[in-house]
Design a protein around this ligand. Structure first.
Ligand code: UD1
Ligand code: CA
Length: 459
């Protein structure tokens, strides 16, 4: 096989009119990532050569999702796919023997398919290879016209097709591999179609007319050729990715009670014997350990969860839960929450930017923000850290081990509560409470060492 140099070119200049959107089509999110990133990931897997991306509509916005390796060329007017590819000729002419081209609106293409067409063209004496599929669903695909000898003769776009051609079930997937010398020459002399667009697909007819061989690869799994021209197609692609991801996790030993209503983003990792209940969204860099029960109706993003945890009807963002943590129903853990082993957050508990030590219990209606809470401390119902001061600054609360925060305590930060201290129900604590002491009232009186000495009637 030849070792000719190969450069991928990704077409992404179109507006995507059929999306009816202010946003360029290739930036629409698909399973959490902009559509264009799928093409870039494929390019990276197929060759070390950096890809060339053709941008046009809202190019500055699209450029933000590209890394420095990617080379960009601009198509200032969207005059068709042939015209788009021709914009890359200036930087690629004489630079590469093979050009692999596909559209950024085909995010589900597999690397195996791209490898196949490249191999096909490496072994082809003719100037180009194409990928076809069988489908009676038009979806805007070009139709493959074959000659009497069954040779590929032309590609006819749906809008230009005759009645007879519309019944053709062999379609153009839109992935091509070209011998570059021939390609750049032909693109320069390409004629516009009836609609005034320069069709890349017309190169098939050029090649046929020159009696050159066109390589053909046929796709068997039509899921990978879901092209996205409108939002119905976008939802189809989303569904297809979702079922692929969910099947993968079920094969790895995760139970999904209702896979069609379970949303697991591609970068999420799940442990064995974990159960994910319906209407649960796991996104970003989330990692869940073994034997957890997550959901129903739960959203978790960018969070690390240990083994044997339970989270139900809750929202968790950018947090860490060690083993045996139990959250919900209706808990909200915001960025920077770290819950140590055995922590329990019950109904309507909210935690932000705080470290909760082992076995902290916070059963009902509490808010802990910008705080450190020691081991085995109990946060009574309705208690909160008043972390946002009248000076409009955030202040910290530090609570020791084995502390008992009575129901409805207001902890006015900055504040320190020593180990084994207690606060009375409804107290408003504005001053530090030493260890083994009791704070009661509004504002709270502190009775130093009262607990150790047994003055509050205990110990
Ligand atoms: C194209 C093919 C069709 C094929 C289908 C497969 C042509 C003429 N038709 O149709 O045969 O079955 O893809 O998906 O090629 N683009 C530009 N600049 C332009 C026009 C388009 O960069 O001036 C880009 C778009 O951003 C898009 C890609 O080219 O990523 C394809 O364009 P699109 O308009 O979606 O072509 P289809 O109608 O799908
Ligand atoms: Ca398309």
């Amino acid at each position: 096989m030849s070792t000719k140099k190969l450069v991928p070119v990704i077409l992404a200049a179109g507006k995507g009119t059929r999306m009816v959107s202010e946003m360029p089509k290739v930036l629409h999110p698909l399973a959490d990532k902009p559509m264009l990133t799928y093409a870039l990931d494929l390019a990276e897997q197929i060759t070390d050569e950096p890809p060339v991306v053709v941008l046009g509509f809202e190019a500055e916005k699209v450029q933000k999702v590209l890394d420095d390796r990617v080379r960009v060329v601009f198509q200032s007017q969207q005059l068709g796919t042939g015209h788009a590819l021709n914009q890359a000729s200036e930087i690629l002419m004489g630079q590469s023997e093979l050009i692999l081209v596909w559209a950024a609106d085909m995010p589900l293409l597999s690397v195996e398919l791209l490898e196949k067409i490249v191999d096909c063209q490496r072994n082809n004496n003719g100037p180009m290879s194409i990928v076809t599929a069988q489908s009676d669903n038009h979806r805007g695909f070009g139709k493959i016209v074959r000659s009497d000898e069954q040779k590929v003769q032309a590609i006819v776009e749906q809008i230009d097709a005759t009645e007879d051609q519309l019944s053709i079930t062999e379609i153009n997937v839109g992935v091509y591999c070209f011998a570059s010398d021939w390609l750049w020459k032909q693109l320069n002399v390409l004629k516009p179609s009836a609609s005034g667009e320069y069709y890349l697909t017309d190169l098939v007819e050029c090649s046929y007319n020159q009696s050159k061989t066109i390589g053909v690869i046929t796709v068997t799994d039509n899921n990978e050729i879901i092209g996205i021209n409108n939002r119905v197609h976008l939802a189809e692609a989303e569904n297809s990715i979702r079922s692929q991801t969910n099947n993968y996790w079920m094969e790895k030993g995760v139970t999904l009670q209702d896979p069609e209503n379970t949303y697991i983003s591609p970068d999420v990792k799940l442990g064995k014997d974990t159960i994910v209940l319906p209407n649960t969204h796991l996104t970003g860099n989330t990692k869940v350990g073994d034997r957890c029960v997550i959901g129903p109706n739960t959203t978790i993003s960018d969070t690390i969860i240990g083994d044997d945890c339970k989270v139900k009807y809750s929202v968790i963002e950018m947090s860490v839960l060690e083993n045996e943590v139990d959250v919900g129903p209706f808990g909200h853990l915001r960025a920077g929450s770290h819950l140590s082993r055995g922590v329990h957050i019950g109904n309507f508990g909210e935690v932000k930017n705080s470290h909760l030590g082992r076995d902290v219990k916070m059963g009902h209606f509490s808010y802990i923000g910008d705080a450190t809470v020691g081991e085995r401390t109990n946060i009574g119902a309705g208690s909160i850290t008043c972390n946002f001061g009248m000076d409009k600054q955030k202040h910290r609360t530090v609570i020791g081990d084995d502390v008992f925060i009575g129901s409805d305590t207001m902890l006015v930060a900055p504040l320190k509560i020593g180990s084994r201290a207690k606060t009375g129900a409804g107290s408003v604590v504005t001053k530090d409470v030493p260890k083994d002491s009791l704070a009661v009232g509004v504002p709270a009186r502190v009775i130093v060492n009262s607990i150790k000495k047994g003055k509050d009637g205990e110990q």
